[in-house]
Design a protein around this ligand. Structure first.
Ligand code: APR
Length: 237
């Protein structure tokens, strides 16, 4: 039985209607991440940052998991070995597709965190400076539970342990533009894992993979999962 580690990026949610970051129509083509996705930005203009994440949080009920999210949940359920999903995405589409124990290294839109005491709570509506922490009572200190540029991604020890043990590493729908996620393929290779990239186009890290599969995740991921579940060898390039 192989231990599979899957890293997903914004591309897996694109067909669900969730904007990516670096595609031509992506968020960073329309907004300045320096003004919206850094601790300094939040200190300087918390209302603008809240507005940016509120719009994305309030979109979540309008979007649904696509065939790629559903296929990964099926793989976790039916594959006899361990299947870990590590995601850079902050949407809840993996969970809504039925995936378990999803490791959100960049945080989650559907949660808020108290900057005073660190308490993390589920949050589905708009968040603002008017909100107080239910745990410590601090007023105006609630922030999106999102890892901003310059902050340390979450669950890195767990991710390192998963990569050190994995036999098959797949990166789905990520540009490989942001570290440390962009380096996960190297850690997997050092562990002796087979590596496969599923993406619509070449990424910054495509050359590091044994195999690359091109096409929309909604088509490539279900086919890849069917092969794994049929026990067919995942052909390496
Ligand atoms: N199917 C498969 N891949 C797709 C699809 C699709 N339908 N649509 C786009 N892609 C691919 C693009 O080719 C690109 O490689 O998804 C990737 C999207 O790249 P980014 O927008 O950079 O998203 P991601 O790699 O997840 O960004 C990493 O950057 O801004 C930070 O925190 C943010 O988590 C994010 C991180």
């Amino acid at each position: 039985m192989r231990r599979i580690v899957i890293l997903t990026g914004a591309g897996i949610s694109a067909e669900s209607g969730v904007a990516t970051f670096r595609d031509a129509d992506g968020l960073w083509a329309r907004y300045d991440w320096r003004a919206l996705a850094t601790p300094e930005a939040f200190a300087a203009d918390p209302d603008a940052v809240h507005e940016f994440y509120n719009a994305r949080r309030l979109q979540l009920p309008q979007v649904a998991p696509n065939a790629a999210h559903l296929a990964l949940a099926r793989l976790q359920r039916d594959y006899p070995g361990e299947v870990a999903i590590v995601t850079q995405n902050v949407d809840d589409l993996h969970e809504r597709a039925g995936a378990a124990e999803v490791v959100h290294m960049h945080g989650e839109l559907a949660k808020a965190r108290c900057a005073a005491c660190g308490a993390v709570v589920g949050w589905t509506g708009a968040l603002s400076r008017a909100d107080s922490c239910a745990a410590c009572g601090a007023a105006g200190r609630m922030r999106p539970h999102i890892v901003w540029f310059g902050e340390i991604p979450h669950h890195m020890e767990r991710i390192a342990a998963l990569l050190a043990e994995c036999d098959l590493f797949a990166a789905i729908g990520t540009s490989g533009a942001v570290w440390p996620a962009a380096g996960f393929v190297e850690a997997a290779r050092e562990a002796g894992a087979e590596t496969v990239e599923l993406n619509l186009a070449d990424s910054e890290i495509s050359a590091r993979f044994d195999e690359t599969r091109r096409g929309p995740a909604g088509e490539t991921v279900p086919r890849w999962v069917d092969e794994l579940l049929a026990g067919e060898p995942v052909a390496s390039a």
